[in-house]
Design a binder for this molecule. Sequence first.
Ligand code: IMP
Length: 432
Amino acid sequence: MANVAVIGTQWGDEGKGKVVDIYAEQADVIARFQGGNNAGHTLVVGGRKTILHLIPSGILHENKICIIGNGVVVDPSVLLEEIEQLRKGDLFPQNTKLMVSERAHLIMPYHRSIDQAREAHNSGKKIGTTGRGIGPAYEDKAARTGIRLIDLYDEQSFREKLHRALEEKNFLLKGLFGQKPLDENEIAAEYLGLAEKLKPYVADTSFVLDRENKNGKKILFEGAQGSQLDIDYGTYPFVTSSNTAAGNASCGSGIGANAINKVVGICKAYTTRVGEGPFPTELHDEIGEHMQKVGQEFGATTGRKRRCGWLDIVLVRQAIRISGVTDLAITKLDVLTGLDKIKICVGYKTPAGDYTHAVPADIRILSQCQPVYEEFPGWKEDISPARKMDELPPNARKYLNRLEELAQARISLVSVGSGREETISLRDPFRD
Ligand code: IMP
């Protein structure tokens, strides 16, 4: 029996929601370990669409423990809204538990204000953030001026921390960004009120994970965003503010690294990106439009159109390396149906004229890299009814075989449509 981490191998939005939902059914515990409500999973249950930004998608299943780990930055009002939305829709089973780490850092109103003001101030040089205050919250965590969930339960100390934080934040908001300063008492009242409502969910989640692990329960670590948004290995500075690599499942949830036995890398059959930053295989033609339209490539959090392009195996291989990916889940293969030719980027021609298989650390170089492609014949048949590899058209199989060879990781799942059942399952990562 294994514990499994699921991570995105590209720029996020690889279709993790559907795969996590399939694996969550088999898991006992589902834990998030990084990011915040910049993520977005669209789940369709009984024909009704629910978008979760913070709560692990396992919440919809019976008899699970869903954990928001210490590595996540939590906006308490968003968390409560999601809980209420789930309860109202009768989507939160009574025997499923939700727990939030008492050590999780809070997203405060000034984090949102600074995130948005900075982006507006930097027009022309913006990151294209989701504007949810994620970066500024992680900044304060690293600066040791952050406020954690546990702090809300000691009013005096919370008020002192808030006062100190606001001295600095209001100076920045007023002095640099020309904005109205934020009111300390208003924020304190709001957050103390939220704290009361959140109390039943606050826990020492590291302890819970350890207990469940020792009891032989299956744990699914649910990554958010993708490898190219990792703060160390992504296209810095056009990244998110946490490590999205699988190793962070350990630090961000408070469990030993050896508790993570398998890593499933989600890889879309093409590439998308929201926000700014280099994207070597981006397409600005009708093929890119096909991917955007057929794949319904709009951000689940901000509704922005996603940029689209061919699959870039150079990036995926880097993700496999830094996260120790053992299994690949290929998603949205059906979106490529109908294209005459399909390409995979297998290397880059650098501005100096060299050929490389590595992702340059300098994004100015990456931006000037020319993708080198292998080309494959497409297929016209509807692949959504396929449930086994040999039910796929020969050209789709050839594409997947070559992908597997180039990635040097085995494919364990192929998604051929948005429905849960539109899936080819080759292996169960919790067992095989
Ligand atoms: P932030 O995480 O809001 O600071 O945004 C930093 C970058 O990460 C921006 O390019 C965002 O578009 C991107 N980003 C953040 N979360 C996601 C996600 O869940 N999917 C895809 N891109 C994301």
